[in-house]
Design a protein around this ligand. Structure first.
Ligand SMILES: Nc1ncnc2c1ncn2[C@@H]1O[C@H](COP(=O)(O)OP(=O)(O)OP(=O)(O)O)[C@@H](O)[C@H]1O
Ligand SMILES: [Mg+2]
Length: 423
């Protein structure tokens, strides 16, 4: 009834999560637009500082145009102030709204899961439902908070900065881009290798904490059967698996750091070498080199840190896809045929040829008929696993019979409103 979820490609996740995203974004369109405007102002003012270096070096220092210094400094100060204020406003607006949304979505998913039939809980582990409610919805932060706006803004800005770099020195730009492209390729490969390790870590953590929670909650059973040593062994094996996983990811991450450092050094050295020669040959001014370096360091390089945002958005979509799937499950009290309300119940329970299976094809009850009178004691006797608890579950309407009819006070249980019946 609830098959395990297949792994989905990002495009598929996007498609599945789209109705939910639309529903969340629509009432916040204005806020997002305002955020976008703020972001553009923020990014534009962040260009002033690196751009001013050329005038400082070439005009103020090189040509001794002292009169330019004060306006230049004022422009830089004003720009950084605006940048700071817009950053603050962006956090206040988007990040806080993102968090409010997470809280709202959590309440909604929890409330929905609470109304799902017992069969849903049988098919899904409690630990997994916890992560549906607590973790999966966190993705909206990256979609509606600063994540998406940042990504778009960063890309726009990097493109613009690249234009300035090209204008300043095509040779240096192509060279720097080559190294950055090499770096990006290495990063991509590394991320591909690391992602499964992280995914596996989530899995291991869920297993280990799940088992731990069970053995702590069931301490009487564990002690009663003198199974402490066994539990300790299981836990030790779990922590060992977790340790191995962390070790592998640490190796991969430190290798990434190593490549990054080496490549930065290579790019720096190459820019110095080519830049100095171009200045000496007269095809570039000192200020050009300054501006080039400033743009490269402040505006283009950070874009590569944002590669991570792409990953975050993919994960956010996968999470929202799962949220959407849970919200699509039909609550047990929304079945159309459940229309009858019942008053006080006398307790005349009768089964007529009832058949039931938890899993299709594996019948647990078949052709079961009996009548339990109100006020009388009716005993269910049978070996373990013969179906006694199952019968009680059927009477409580936790499950629906696959065949036959269950009547309570003469009323077919499958037509009764659950809230009225269980009250
Ligand atoms: N949630 C479930 N999903 C699948 N199969 C189940 C589920 N619960 C019980 N079963 C199976 O249904 C059958 C009847 O189980 P049930 O718990 O009703 O027996 P029981 O008579 O109450 O046993 P006991 O005396 O041990 O409590 C068993 O074969 C059991 O394995
Ligand atoms: Mg039982």
């Amino acid at each position: 009834m609830f098959p395990p979820q297949p792994k989905r490609r990002p495009s598929e996740s996007l498609h599945n999560a789209l109705p939910l995203i639309k529903e969340l974004v629509r009432p916040r369109r204005k806020l997002l637009a305002l955020g976008f405007v703020l972001m553009v102002i923020n990014k534009t003012t962040s260009l002033v500082l690196p751009a001013s270096t050329k005038y400082l070096v070439d005009n103020v220092i090189g040509k001794r145009q002292i009169a330019l210094l004060t306006p230049l400094i004022l422009a830089v100060l004003a720009a950084t102030c605006i940048q700071g204020v817009t950053s603050y406003a962006l956090t206040q607006l988007l990040s806080k709204e993102g968090q409010r949304l997470i809280a709202q979505l959590r309440r909604r998913v929890q409330e929905h899961i609470g109304r799902l039939p017992v069969a849903y809980y049988d098919a899904n582990k409690a630990g997994m439902l916890v992560s549906r409610i607590m973790s999966d919805v966190e993705g909206v932060r990256n979609l509606l908070g600063t994540g998406l706006v940042d990504l778009v803004g960063g890309i726009l800005l990097a493109t613009f900065s690249l234009g300035i770099l090209m204008y300043t020195s095509p040779v240096l730009t192509v060279m720097a881009l080559f190294f950055i492209a090499v770096f990006a390729l290495i990063l991509r490969k590394a991320f591909k290798g690391i992602r499964p390790i992280f995914r596996e870590r989530g899995q291991i953590t869920a297993e280990v904490t799940g088992r731990l929670t069970e053995s702590l909650a069931g301490v009487r059973v564990v002690k009663g059967y003198h199974a402490e040593a066994g539990e300790a062994k299981v836990f030790a094996a779990g922590t060992e698996r977790l340790l191995q996983n962390v070790m592998r990811s640490l190796t991969a991450i430190s290798l990434m750091g190593l490549t990054a450092t080496v490549l930065m050094g290579v790019v720096g050295a190459a820019v110095m070498y080519v830049g100095a020669r171009q200045i000496l040959a007269g095809s570039m001014t000192l200020g050009d080199l300054w501006r080039f370096t400033a743009f490269l360091a402040f505006r283009v390089a950070p874009v590569f840190q944002m590669v991570g945002i792409g990953t975050q958005i993919t994960e956010a979509l996968a999470g929202l896809d799962r949220t959407q799937e849970v919200l699509r499950e039909k609550p047990e009290d929304e079945e159309e045929r459940r229309t009858r309300t019942v008053g006080p119940i006398h307790g005349d329970v009768s089964f007529e040829n009832v058949g039931f299976a938890y899993d299709p094809g594996k019948p647990v009850l078949y052709e079961m008929s009996f009548d339990a009178q109100p006020g009388a004691v009716t005993a269910l006797v049978g070996s373990s696993g013969s179906g006694k608890s199952t019968i009680i579950s059927l009477v409580a309407a936790f499950h629906q019979p696959t065949q036959g009819v269950i009547r309570v006070d003469g009323i077919d249980l499958s037509t009764v409103r659950l809230d009225a019946y269980r009250t």
